[in-house]
Design a protein around this ligand. Sequence first.
Ligand code: HEC
Length: 96
Amino acid sequence: MKTILMVVAAVGIMTSGLGYAQSGADVAKAKGCLNCHEMDKKKVGPAIKDIAAKHKGDKSAEGTLAAKLKEGKGHPKSAASDAELKAALQYMLTAK
Ligand code: HEC
């Protein structure tokens, strides 16, 4: 009985973890990024597609942008955690 409960719990943690990792768009929404960034057009900040185009091919973009957002240097400071920023940035940088 105990083992069954543990398996159920482990599967629950795994699936919620997966869901989290895949939902960069949800993170961007939940953390307010989409209040200032829209997919196709400039709002307060540049369009998500323009951000993706600007940093295309730059493998270090995710790291530099995460640092920029975290410290609020040249960008409104973000309250998102590292993992959330990573997910949101991946979503933005891979937008087409
Ligand atoms: C209060 C408005 C606002 C919010 C909220 C906001 N941004 Fe921005 N963002 C801007 C503005 C303005 C710029 C343009 C200035 C700049 O490049 O830093 C920008 C630029 C960016 C850029 C491009 C930076 C570059 O150097 O090319 C990225 C990436 C970005 N934002 C990601 C995010 C993410 C991820 C979130 C949510 C955690 C977010 N933004 C929330 C206003 C906002």
